[in-house]
Every structure is written in structure tokens, then in C-alpha cells.
Design a protein around this ligand. Structure first.
Ligand code: ADP
Length: 398
């Protein structure tokens, strides 16, 4: 038995989940938010209990110290050295990492060198890692990359049609994201593909950030996000794929800089930009019910983009055995799942049990009927358990 921490460090937050491995029992989970502020928030859930405090947390090291103190005070661990390993989520692994890797100087240097490809994320992950290293110097640290699962894509799937020189010199290509989630879902999805020699899956991870991945034989062959998580389908606040000339044209029209417009594409577009209501699909769907025209078109755009990618991946895979819905919207929004299935049903011959679909929120279920040409399932994702598994595997090898 070993206690393993799964860590997701953002620029001003630090999410954590402590596991007893190999049982995968969750001992506690929580989040430090607004790090760097006098009125930061530290929340922790353990053993059916919950606590939230507002207090100063001036940096990530202070957040880790607070976490360790909470673990001991609440009797979750007896001493710090019980935490034998920490797995850190890393958004961008670039071309270097096709699997999780032990944190050493080389790993750290490579993550650092990738900061230009994920400026906010990678920097924050390193701060998080260094904070844990300081407080838990003897624990094994493992980097688990969001991009690793997508490294199996072939060149024609990851290259952009830009001058080759740029692809080579600047490593400008598709890396994708949500890889840890897609990998987890592709593994759980296997239970619906029994007896199929080479399972083909289309995985829809649709939350605030959203991406689709085509998986064959457990390997990613195509994914919708691009160089950064801005690409692919429309999202809560992000545009997804656009004609690249939209950037140039709108900068000219508005007098805004490329950087300003880039921020708008990232933070003020998607559901929020089109509906002018909210980035949260729940609010948008409510506004649709009230007849708000912009909300209705925002929702139609969203569904259309997803249906188009499913069609594209159906062709890319040469068919499909399973379509998986996951993440905030995929797991909970029964109406969105129904609308997507309605959009693809005529072409792909899928059929779901609509009554069953309407009753499924946040839990696993097979939605398709026996008549459906492709199985359709809801599978809640679990990125943290994947981080804990990879980290524990490295700990055993130590
Ligand atoms: P991320 O991890 O990318 O921040 P999540 O996977 O947590 O996002 O998804 C968050 C989104 O899920 C919310 O913005 C909301 O739009 C959507 N969501 C959550 N619950 C529901 C629900 N019951 N109905 C519709 N949408 C929901």
C-alpha cells in the first residue's frame, strides 16, 4: 500500500487528490484557489467531510505546506513521508513525451523549454512541482502529459499545411490536449467492444474545454485540438477552428492587435461570444428554452461542430464501434447528447434510447439500442486516477 498524490497546478490554483494505491481508494481531494492573495481559499474533502477556509496563501509552496498540515491534522496521513509519490499534470509535452516520465533535470528542462507552447500552464506546473519537491523532498515525482496520448498521430494528421520550415524550426504542429482523459475513456470503452479485433472509437470530451479524438486499437489517430487548446470544436469561450483569415480581417476592422484578438478568440468567443449569455452551457440551454435567438444559434453551432467532427472521424477510422460522451457537458447535458445523436443518426445509423438518455447524468451508461449501428455510451472521465496509476508504476520501479 502506498499513498500517491495527483496534482494539477494552475497559475493561481492547486488541485489535489490523494490515493491509496494500488486500491485506487480516494483518501481526500481539494483545491487551493486564488494563490498569491491574502484572501485565498483552501478547500478539502475527506472521509465524507468537507472544509473550506479563506486565508492568505502567498505562493504554491505555502499551498503545499497547508495541504500537508491539513492531511496530518485530519488524520489522513500520520506523517509526510507516507506520501511516497506525486504525479503532476502537465498540459504541454510537445514532441518530447509520448508517455509519463520521471521528473529529473532533463524532464524539467524540456517542460521549461515548452513554455512558449503553453505559457500559462507549463510555467504553473513547474511552480507546482518545485513546491512539492521542497516540502516532500523524498517523494517520487512524475510528469503526466496531456499531449502524450496524441503522439501516435501520423504526420498527415498532426502537420499543418504551413511552410515545412516552420513546422521543423518552431515545432509548430498539432499536439492536442485532454490526452489523459481520452486515454482513460478509450480503456474503459473497451468493455463495449468485446469480440471486436480492432476497436474504433470516437471520444467526445465535452466540457468548458472540449475535444474529440479518433482512437483505433487503443491509439490516437486524430484529435481536434491543435497547437494549443484553442483549436477544434467550439467551446465555452474558445472559437475552435476558424478560417485563419478571420484573425487578419477582424484586426483590421477593429484596430485591435493580434494579441488582443487572440485573447478574444480564447476568452470571449464560443458559447459566451455567440450567445452573449454565458460560457456555461446550462445558462445557454436555459436561454434557448426562453426563445433567445443568439443562444439558440450558439447551441446549434456547437452541436454542428461536434457532429461534423464525428463524421470526419468516422471516415478517418473507416467506421466506428463506439461513440463516447464525457466531461461536464457530455456527462450531464442530456439534451446536448440527444441533439448530437439526432444530427449524426441519418448518416451513421445510430439509435439511442432517448428515455434512458434523459435519465443519465454523471454516471456510466450504454445509451444505444440493439438496433444502433454504432454503440453510444456515457462514461465519466477520471484524469486523476490515470495520473495516480502512472505515478504509482514509477514508484514501484524505483
Ligand atoms: P473543464 O474541466 O473544461 O473546466 P468541465 O468538464 O468541468 O469543464 O465542464 C464544465 C461545463 O459542463 C460547464 O461549463 C457546463 O457548461 C457543463 N455542464 C455541467 N453540468 C451540466 C448540466 N447538468 N447540463 C448542461 N451542462 C452542464
Amino acid at each position: 500500500m502506498a499513498k500517491v498524490m495527483a496534482v494539477n497546478a494552475g497559475s493561481s490554483s492547486l488541485k489535489f487528490k490523494l490515493y491509496e494505491m494500488p486500491e485506487e481508494k480516494v483518501l481526500c481531494s481539494g483545491n487551493a484557489e486564488r494563490i498569491g492573495h491574502e484572501d485565498a481559499i483552501f478547500g478539502i474533502k475527506w472521509n465524507g467531510q468537507e472544509e473550506k477556509n479563506i486565508l492568505p496563501i502567498l505562493d504554491h509552496a505555502a499551498a503545499v505546506e497547508l495541504l500537508v498540515k491539513a492531511l496530518i491534522d485530519k488524520g489522513i496521513v500520520k506523517s509526510m513521508d507516507e506520501i511516497v509519490a506525486c504525479g503532476h499534470r502537465i498540459v504541454q509535452g510537445g514532441k518530447y513525451f509520448s508517455k509519463s516520465e520521471l521528473f529529473n533535470k532533463d524532464t524539467e528542462d524540456k517542460i521549461e523549454s515548452l513554455i512558449p507552447l503553453a505559457p500559462l500552464h507549463n510555467k504553473a506546473h513547474l511552480v507546482g512541482f518545485r513546491a512539492f519537491k521542497k516540502i516532500l523532498p523524498d517523494s517520487v515525482n512524475v510528469a503526466v502529459f496531456d499531449t502524450a496520448f496524441h503522439q501516435t498521430m501520423s504526420e498527415e494528421d498532426y502537420l499543418f499545411p504551413i511552410p515545412y520550415e516552420y513546422s521543423e524550426k518552431y515545432d509548430c504542429r498539432r499536439y492536442g490536449a485532454h490526452g489523459t482523459s481520452h486515454k482513460y475513456l478509450s480503456q474503459v470503452g473497451l468493455k463495449y467492444c468485446e469480440g471486436i479485433a480492432h476497436p474504433k472509437m470516437i471520444i467526445c470530451h465535452i466540457g468548458s474545454g472540449a475535444s474529440l479524438t479518433a482512437v483505433k486499437d487503443g491509439k490516437c489517430v486524430a484529435t481536434s485540438m491543435g497547437l494549443t487548446p484553442l483549436g477544434g470544436i467550439m467551446m465555452g469561450t474558445r472559437t475552435g477552428d476558424l478560417d485563419p483569415s478571420v484573425m487578419n480581417y477582424l484586426c483590421k476592422c477593429t484596430g485591435k492587435s493580434v494579441e488582443e484578438m487572440y485573447q478574444i478568440f480564447n476568452k470571449k468567443s464560443g458559447f459566451l461570444g455567440v450567445s452573449e449569455v454565458s460560457n456555461d452551457s446550462r445558462d445557454v440551454l436555459k436561454a434557448c428554452e426562453e426563445g433567445n435567438k443568439k443562444a439558440i444559434i450558439a447551441n446549434r453551432l456547437f452541436v454542428r461542430r461536434i457532429a461534423d467532427f464525428i463524421g470526419q472521424y468516422f471516415v478517418r477510422l473507416g467506421g466506428a464501434d463506439l461513440i463516447i460522451f464525457s466531461a461536464g457537458i457530455g456527462e450531464n447535458s442530456t439534451i446536448t447528447r440527444e441533439q448530437i445523436c439526432d444530427a449524426i443518426a441519418p448518416a451513421l445509423g445510430i439509435e439511442i434510447d432517448k428515455k434512458l438518455n434523459a435519465s443519465i447524468r454523471g454516471k456510466e451508461a450504454l445509451l444505444s439500442t440493439p438496433n444502433s449501428k454504432i454503440k453510444v455510451a456515457v462514461i465519466p472521465t477520471d484524469e486523476e486516477v490515470m495520473i495516480a496509476r502512472d505515478t504509482y508504476a514509477y514508484y514501484l520501479k524505483k
